[in-house]
Design a protein around this ligand. Structure first.
Ligand code: NAP
Length: 334
């Protein structure tokens, strides 16, 4: 009989330290059989995302911790294999949150049907046409609200969210400066994505390069990283600037960084807003429609880092948190 393979979380990493592959276990289970009102989905792609590290902790947050002994939570894209649900038929392509497993049962709640084709592959619905793309869109347009001619800075600029932020800001007519780790990532965001400049934070002091790249200071900061980089950027903000606080990945595996430039918020009368994209459901349709138009017209480019097979997911999540990914980190299952 065919089996399902799943990855479960078996232990928690230290609250302020690195996760390891030993925190996970690959297990086999019987292939689940759908009952009336359910579908069986074959997952083709898993999305790996930085928030997964936060959920491995037991600490209070905006979402409950990932339970021990259960299948790792996570975004998926796949195909309906068996349907006992009136709203789905075999062959339907669905994007949802069915976790780190090859097959999953669902009652359909939280599943989005999509029409992938050769121009827009199924994996794109986990990146530019999915949660990271919508995060970029909402953080940029609803929170940062950049005007043409203003300077937008985005950190983790070569990643899934950051790469979309910078391209959308260029389409809005802004000067766009990315911050990324390494010469290859910086070359990519400038030469292929069209950013005006990119600062490689790994080559030395960020401040002189930042000053040179932002002659009119920063009007909008889309912050994905936190820590020392964020602190440095805070020192370069304009009066009445806006900050979309999207992520603080620099401290997901370490102690919080004490900010020295917090007074910039007061002195510059800055509006800073944290946000969680999954709570802003009313904005998803408009964001997805706009992103879809840009992708179809070739105005938004995206890139994927792909590892093969479920067993690679833990190592790839660690790699993502270390910055080994270029664009969206995915696991291909089929
Ligand atoms: N608020 C929300 O609703 C929401 C939704 C989605 C994502 N997020 C957040 O958005 C951020 C980006 O997510 P993503 O999915 O697009 O991931 P990503 O940017 O594709 O991948 C993470 C990147 O973070 C960078 N990074 C890791 N550690 C770093 C450090 N210590 N200092 C500087 N950069 C570091 C690495 O790029 P480099 O090689 O350039 O360092 C790495 O490639 C994350 O903070 C995530 O938690 C928030």
């Amino acid at each position: 009989m065919e089996k399902n393979r799943q990855i479960i979380l078996v232990s928690r990493p230290p609250q302020q330290g690195w996760l390891s592959e030993e925190n996970f276990r690959l297990v086999e289970a019987p292939l689940p059989q759908p009952r009336e009102g359910e579908i069986l989905v074959r997952n083709h792609w898993l999305s790996l995302d930085p928030y997964m590290r936060g959920r491995m902790n037991e600490a209070r947050s905006y979402a409950l911790p990932q339970p021990l002994g259960e299948v790792m939570l996570g975004g998926t894209a796949g195909e309906v294999i068996v349907s006992k649900h009136p709203g789905f038929k075999p062959g339907d392509q669905v994007v949802g949150r069915l976790g780190w497993q090859e097959y999953a049962l669902s009652e359909g709640a939280g599943l989005r049907k999509v029409n992938a084709d050769s121009a827009t592959p199924l994996s794109a619905y986990l990146s530019v046409l999915g949660m990271p793309g919508v995060t970029a869109w909402i953080g940029l347009f609803d929170i940062c609200q950049p005007q043409a001619g203003q300077t937008v800075v985005v950190t983790a600029a070569a990643g899934a969210v950051g790469s979309v932020v910078g391209q959308l800001a260029k389409l809005r007519g802004c000067r766009v400066v990315g911050v990324a780790g390494g010469v290859d990532k910086c070359r990519y965001v400038v030469e292929e994505l069209g950013f005006d400049a990119c600062l490689d934070y790994k080559v030395g002091a960020l401040w002189p390069a930042l000053k040179a790249a932002t002659p009119e200071r920063i009007d909008c900061l889309f912050e994905n990283v936190g820590g020392e980089i964020f602190d440095t950027l805070l020192g370069r903000m304009n009066a009445h600037a806006r900050i979309a606080l999207c992520g603080m990945i620099a401290q997901y595996n370490s102690a919080p960084y004490p900010l020295r430039n917090l007074s910039s918020l007061l002195v510059n009368r800055i509006r800073l807003q944290g946000f969680i994209v999954t709570e802003l459901t009313e904005r998803w349709p408009v964001a997805l429609a706009d992103l879809g138009e840009h992708v179809a017209a070739g105005r938004l480019k995206y890139r994927e880092s792909v590892v093969e097979g479920l067993a690679q997911a833990p190592a790839a999540l660690i790699g993502l948190l270390r910055g080994e990914n270029f664009g969206k980190q995915l696991v291909r299952l089929v």
